[in-house]
Design a protein around this ligand. Structure first.
Ligand SMILES: Nc1ncnc2c1ncn2[C@@H]1O[C@H](COP(=O)(O)OP(=O)(O)O)[C@@H](O)[C@H]1O
Ligand SMILES: [Mg+2]
Length: 269
């Protein structure tokens, strides 16, 4: 991290709010039927926090991430990203916020197949006219951050699923976002590889002071988070999380993983 950035980070007020959703509603029209997905959702995530959003399939997790990421607009309600309301922005300013403040990691990583790993990480920087040399250096550093720099010149199809996820994570960080949104980040990865990606995401929150929000139905992902929120009936709640996982047949502690680390045992088998 450059010195100036480090100083800013250290001077930043503690608990700096990165994302705030206030009374979000999102409805979809399906023929004559109205599907009410989000019905007054509230959420506040600080920089440095890793939050997991769980919920049944179709409960609206992706819808919520799309709204925070500026890929979709709410029917009503307000979204603040890094202190600025994004809800009223026109498309051009919205895409600027998306480029500079928000990184997105999808389950199927959407890497461009004709570009190398390194070039894929450079793509988001192209729009900002960053000189080629600087672009390349930053991309290599980002690949180092996610421990995949030794595969910089490989094409996506030459990489394992875990490595592709790492490259996609590096690309999501290309423009140094305050917020990292991950939709089912471990969906198609094996247990061990998925665990490594989640540990990386947690490190990115803690060491780089980003807000990381992951939508997941994977209990292993959720148990690494600082907070687990359940999306149910269009709102986020934290007190029902235990119930949700009981029905998922896996017990998940909502305690911080730092506390759990002391026990030396895993609570989810
Ligand atoms: N563009 C859309 N048009 C109509 N319905 C949608 C659209 N996007 C999502 N939905 C509906 O919203 C609900 C929530 O979907 P989604 O956010 O994908 O849930 P999750 O990610 O939790 O599985 C689903 O019923 C889905 O069919
Ligand atoms: Mg989804």
């Amino acid at each position: 991290m450059p010195t100036s950035k480090l100083v800013n980070t250290l001077l930043a007020p503690e608990n700096h709010v990165a994302v705030e959703c206030l009374d979000l509603h999102r409805e979809f029209q399906d023929g004559s039927r109205v599907i009410r997905v989000l019905q007054g959702t509230n959420l506040k995530v600080d920089r440095g926090e890793f939050v997991a959003i769980v919920g049944a399939s179709g409960s609206g997790k992706t819808t919520l991430l799309n709204l925070i990421g500026g890929l979709d607009r709410p029917t009503s309600g307000t979204i603040l990203v890094d202190g600025d309301s994004i809800t009223e922005l026109d498309d051009e300013r919205m895409s600027e916020v998306r480029r500079h403040k928000i990184g997105v990691l999808f389950q199927d990583q959407h890497l461009l197949p004709i570009f190398t790993a390194l070039e894929n990480v450079e793509v988001p920087m192209l729009l900002d006219d960053i000189p080629q040399k600087e672009r390349r250096e930053r991309a290599i550093k980002l690949l180092e951050t996610v421990f995949v720099d030794h595969r910089a010149e490989h094409m996506p199809h030459e990489l394992s699923g875990g490595m592709r996820s790492r490259v996609a994570l590096a690309r999501a960080l290309a423009n140094d976002p305050a917020v990292l949104l991950c939709d089912e980040p471990t969906g198609d990865l094996d247990h061990k590889t998925g665990g490594e990606i989640i540990q990386l995401m947690r490190d990115l929150a803690k060491n780089q002071n980003r807000a990381v929000i992951a939508a997941t139905h994977d209990p292993e992902t959720a148990r690494m988070a600082d907070r687990i929120l359940l999306l149910r009936d269009g709102v986020l709640v934290d007190e029902l999380v235990g119930d949700f996982f009981k029905h998922s047949k896996v017990d998940v502690s909502t305690r911080k993983s730092d506390e759990r680390a002391d026990e030396g045992t895993s609570t989810a088998e």
